[in-house]
Design a protein around this ligand. Sequence first.
Ligand SMILES: [Zn+2]
Ligand SMILES: [Zn+2]
Length: 224
Amino acid sequence: MKKYLYETHLHTYPVSRCARAGVRESLEFYKSAGYAGVFLTNHFLDGNINIERNLPYEERLRFYFSDYLEAVKIGEELGISVFLGVEMSDWGTDFLIYGLPMEWFFDHPEIEGMDRVEQLKLLAAEGALIIHAHPFRSYDCMKLFPRFVHGVETYNAGRNDFENAMAEQYAENYNLPKFAGTDNHRAGVQTLFGGMSAESPVENEQDFVTRFKKSELEIFKLKF
Ligand SMILES: [Zn+2]
Ligand SMILES: [Zn+2]
């Protein structure tokens, strides 16, 4: 059966300061690689976003969504689905958030500066899918929130085998569903890929969330 491939963890420049590829280059690459769609998961206002931190919330948010809005247009032109995701950060602890529309973030400025557990509880209550991204990336310290996430990125194409194996064990020990993504910051220069596949096209973000929760999506790993 034909599988529909989705990139779940993708950064673009200029919104993600650390990204090396823009929106068009990234989408052209994924289209040519045969993917059905991508989730843009740029670094949110609490992460490595490429804008002054002292600007008003709304202004930073408009900048944050600018790459996504550009991607939606280019995606239509190229014939590849573009979905919204968000990568939130807490000093080296990162969460991939799926299923909340852009407007939700404009309506909830209180999420900034909120206690992290309270924030995760709110996001979940509002219907978001929360995945702990690369939980064992070796920074100075690692924080785990097993009771407040819905899944674990057990395969991150940018992390080494040890870090991914630790993530896998963490997911198994806490009985958390497994998830995969590339964490691509450089379009087709990237060689290892991870993502989620579906048996029929994903319609929108909520459809993706529902199917993941029903264990209808499968992890895939690719090398180009
Ligand atoms: Zn980054
Ligand atoms: Zn990332």
